[in-house]
Design a protein around this ligand. Structure first.
Ligand code: ARG
Length: 398
């Protein structure tokens, strides 16, 4: 092996991986860092990677690509894993994997490396992405191989190699953050019975600190994409940034769940996704107005399957593409406006309208304007319930 491209985050683990790879694989290490909405500075990260012994440093601002090619399709499908998780981390990994492969090709590397542990989902997502896109690249996962058992041991190793790194302690929690959301694990959160402490909140305010007055937002969608916020045209990226701030301020978008990981274990996870929560609910409200019943019910079923694929690392798969194709077709007319109220942790839809609305007031009304054919209901119910009537007679309701 001569050159390895490492998915570098700038934290202690991936910084420690640089000298470790050089020592154990006798290879040059190229550090690759993707900006998906985290705040760290390119210069600081670059210096840290090179100081740790990387031969090259690549930094890519992938925010727009992430939103356009990963987040927006998932939003349009309505992807949510096990009822609650909007997949922020899971959607980011295939993109980072794809870019890792691109950097490997550019730098003529023969392997890629990541800093994931052996029991998480992210290793699966990275490695499936890499092996699907270029099966000739070798994947190295130092954290699964090395003997270090604590941050202190890692720090000691790094120092012994003459590298000086400031260990900020990494905090009590393990955080993964991008524009679509934040994943929070570890510390006292590992016990599913423990209420998440205030320090575990990152961008969402605890409800008892939120304003006593609600905020109201008006979101306009075109082709199932959010295009205007309160009448102002903006990119999806800007809208997500704005809604993360406003939603977070009102306590919207915290999720506390126990989820099933790919490797078979259940884990307690806390998520923050204010913009995701708001946009997800708004778009579902528009769907219920615009989509024909069978189409909508089937889209919801496919959304579950899509979420599972994404969660389990199968972003690069024919089924994921096919489901997106289905939704692109069913959502052609997903256009209109949704009003929402953000208050004390809730994001509630208060109104929706669309030029393609299938809501027929003359059929739905209970006033004298009603044009529904009431007399048809009798025959309809008779035939609708016929199989059950026959079954009821035989089984006597047992
Ligand atoms: N459980 C989430 C997922 O599998 C989040 C994992 C996030 N990783 C982290 N370092 N906190 O997508």
């Amino acid at each position: 092996m001569s050159k390895i491209v490492l998915a570098y985050s700038g934290g202690l683990d991936t910084t420690c991986i640089i000298p470790w790879l050089k020592e154990n694989y006798k290879a040059d290490v190229v550090a690759f860092c993707a900006n998906l909405g985290e705040s760290e500075d390119e210069k600081v990260l670059g210096k840290r990677a090179l100081d740790a012994g990387a031969s090259e440093f690549y930094f890519e601002d992938l925010r727009e690509k992430f939103i356009d090619e990963y987040v927006m399709p998932a939003l349009r499908v309505g992807a949510v894993y096990e009822d609650n998780y909007l997949l922020a981390t899971a959607l980011a990994r295939p993109l980072i994997g794809k870019e890792l492969v691109a950097v490997a090709h550019k730098t003529r590397a023969d392997a890629v490396a990541h800093g994931c542990t052996g029991k998480g989902n992210d290793q699966v997502r990275f490695e499936l992405a890499v092996s699907t896109l270029d099966n000739n690249l070798k994947v190295i996962a130092p954290v699964r191989e090395w003997k270090f058992k604590s941050r202190e041991e890692e720090l000691k190793y790094v120092t012994s190699k003459g590298i000086r790194i400031e260990d900020k302690g990494g905090g009590k929690y393990s955080l993964d953050r991008n524009l679509w959301g934040i994943s929070i694990e570890c510390g006292e959160l590992e016990d599913p019975w423990n209420e998440p402490p205030k320090e575990s909140y990152v961008i969402v305010k605890p409800v008892d600190e939120t304003p006593d007055k609600p905020a109201r937002v008006l979101i306009e969608f075109k082709d199932a994409r959010p295009v205007k916020l309160d009448g102002k045209k903006m990119s999806a990226l800007d809208m997500i940034t704005a809604l993360n701030k406003l939603g977070g301020e009102h306590g919207v978008g915290r999720v506390d769940m126990v989820e099933d990981r790919v490797v078979g274990i259940k884990s307690r996870e806390v998520y923050e996704a204010p913009a995701g929560t708001i946009l997800f609910r708004a778009l579902r409200a528009l769907e219920s107005l615009v989509l024909e019943k069978d189409q909508m019910h089937n889209q919801r079923k496919l959304a579950m399957e899509y979420a599972r694929l994404v969660y389990e690392g199968k972003w690069f798969s024919p089924l994921r593409e096919s489901i997106q194709g289905f939704c692109a077709s069913s959502n052609r007319q997903l256009e209109g406006e949704v009003k929402m109220r953000l208050f004390k942790g809730n994001a509630v839809v208060t109104g929706r309208k669309s030029p393609f609305s299938l809501y027929a007031p003359e059929l739905a009304t209970y006033t004298e304007k009603d044009q529904f054919e009431h007399s048809s209901a009798k025959g309809f119910i008779e035939l609708w319930g016929l199989p059950l009537k026959v079954w009821g007679k035989i089984s006597k309701g047992k």
